[in-house]
Design a protein around this ligand. Structure first.
Ligand code: SAM
Length: 257
């Protein structure tokens, strides 16, 4: 198993507390939105019960070939695997069951209750939780990571920079897999996001961006397509006639010749 000293850039400060590695020091360092999320979880007495979520996700993320492809794609990359903006779902839990002794798995988030919930849900010695603001870049040395995963990463404000950082940190041949919601080209939601220059305006704009920073596009599966909002009160889609699809996307960092 790799040590944090080998993995983290020499000029990056961090502190270790069991399996939690803090890159955020003190309240003033923590992003405002993550404090709001913490307040929401605390005020509403939401018990994340991560062990149960990990158990439940074992069925959800292996229920069909498309979901199993995602789990296998990340699991097959030997070495350090990092889940970005891990959040509360625990969707990656089947990957933990497949970890070998030479693997390391790192969860990342900036919200303390989410971090603590993950920290207590997996007792493996090669499992770590990073308390980190991903909008400030990634702390890893160049070419050190075997795989990145992400589930609804478009929530991260500086997604273009995060994708560039992931590319920098990946080993040649390293893998990136994410699950994202995309609106159809030509829909009102697409037009709005595209006018703002969002790289995730559509599946096509996202893949083009990733190819431009050097990734090789491996493939994608459509998990589900829907019309209109997922839940009442959602900001998107902007029009009830807009279609969106949840898709997996598979990328690789090219091995230079
Ligand atoms: C919409 S969820 C993403 C879904 C999540 N991957 C899951 O499967 O549950 C947003 C999560 O990403 C985290 N997040 C968003 N922006 C972040 C950032 N800049 N740094 C670290 N975590 C971030 C939030 O704290 C929250 O827990």
């Amino acid at each position: 198993m790799i040590s944090m000293k080998q993995l983290i850039k020499s000029d990056v400060k961090y502190s270790e507390d069991g399996n939690i590695i803090h890159f955020i020091f003190g309240d003033e360092d923590r992003p405002y939105w993550s404090k709001c999320l913490t307040e929401h979880l605390v005020t509403n007495k939401i018990d994340l019960n991560m062990s149960k979520r990990y158990e439940d996700q074992k069925d959800i993320m292996t229920k069909d070939e498309k979901h199993r492809r995602f789990i296998e794609f990340i699991s097959a990359a030997d070495g350090v695997k990092v889940d970005l903006a891990s959040g509360p779902s625990g969707y990656f839990s089947p990957i933990l069951d497949k970890l070998t002794e030479t693997d390391t798995f790192i969860v990342t988030d900036a919200c303390l209750p989410v971090i603590k919930a993950h920290s207590g849900a997996c007792g493996k010695s090669n499992f770590f939780v990073f308390d980190i603001d991903l909008d400030r870049g990634l702390p890893f040395t160049d070419n050190s990571i075997s795989a990145f995963s992400g589930n609804f990463l478009t929530n991260v404000e500086t997604l273009p920079n995060l994708m560039k950082e992931a590319y920098r940190c990946l080993k040649p041949g390293g893998r990136f897999a994410c699950i994202e919601v995309f609106y159809e080209q030509g829909s009102k939601s697409f037009e709005h996001l595209n006018a703002q220059g969002s790289i995730h305006a559509s599946f096509e704009t996202f893949v083009d961006f990733c190819k431009n920073i050097g990734f090789q596009y491996i493939g994608s599966d459509v998990l589900i397509t829907r019309q209109g909002k997922i839940a009442e009160g959602d900001l998107f889609p902007l029009d009830d006639n807009d279609y969106s699809s949840d898709r997996t996307i598979y990328l690789e960092k090219r091995v230079s010749k």
